[in-house]
Design a protein around this ligand. Structure first.
Ligand code: S3P
Length: 163
C-alpha cells in the first residue's frame, strides 16, 4: 500500500498523529525533521542558524526523495516541505497526502513557550502571513482533517476511515 504523508502548518499535530497512525497500522513512522537531524547530526534550528533555510530545504528534499521510495510508512513532513513542487510530486507518487488543519490561534497556543521553530520566531503578523500563504498548498491534499475538534485517536480513526 502507498505511504501516508501528513502535511500542514507547524503545530497542527503531524508528528503526534503520525506516530499514533503508524501504530494503528503497524507501519513505521518517519518524521522528516528528525530524519534530517539524523543525517546532518544537527537540529533543525541549528541548521537554520549555521547554514540558513536554503541548506535546510536541500537536506529536506534529499530526505523526502529517499523516503518516497519506501512503502507502507507514515511520513510526517515539516510545515514547508510540500511548498516545493518537486517534493510534492515525489511524495504524491507513492503516497496519500493528508492535510492536518488547526486555526492559527490554536497553533500558537499549542506551541506556546516551548517554541524552537526558526520560522515561528518572527512577529505575529509575519506568522499570520505565512499561515495564510500556505493554506492553498495544504488544500491540495487528498483530504483534510481538522485536528481541533477531535482527540488524537479520533483524528487517526478519521484518517483510516477516509483511506
Ligand atoms: C518548517 C516547519 C518545521 C521545520 C522547519 C520549517 C516550516 O517543521 O521543518 O522549522 O517551514 O513550516 P514542523 O511543521 O514539524 O514544525
Amino acid at each position: 500500500m502507498r505511504n501516508i504523508v501528513l502535511i500542514g502548518f507547524m503545530g497542527t499535530g503531524k508528528s503526534t498523529v503520525g506516530r499514533r497512525l503508524a501504530q494503528a497500522l503497524s507501519w513505521n513512522f518517519v518524521d522528516t525533521d528528525a530524519e534530517i537531524g539524523d543525517v546532518t547530526e544537527l537540529s533543525v534550528s541549528e541548521i537554520f542558524r549555521r547554514y540558513g533555510e536554503t541548506r535546510f530545504r536541500s537536506e529536506e528534499s534529499i530526505v523526502v526523495t529517499r523516503l518516497a521510495q519506501t512503502e507502507e510508512i507514515v511520513i510526517a513532513t515539516g510545515g514547508g516541505t510540500v511548498l516545493n513542487p518537486i517534493n510534492w510530486e515525489v511524495l504524491a507518487q507513492n503516497g496519500i497526502i493528508v492535510s492536518l488543519y488547526a486555526p492559527l490561534e490554536v497553533i500558537l497556543q499549542r506551541i506556546g513557550h516551548k517554541n524552537d521553530r526558526p520560522l515561528l520566531r518572527s512577529s505575529p503578523e509575519e506568522i499570520k502571513t505565512l499561515f495564510l500563504e500556505r493554506q492553498p498548498f495544504y488544500g491540495k491534499a487528498d483530504f483534510t482533517i481538522d485536528t481541533t475538534i477531535r482527540s488524537i485517536d479520533e483524528v487517526v480513526s478519521e484518517i483510516l476511515a477516509q483511506l
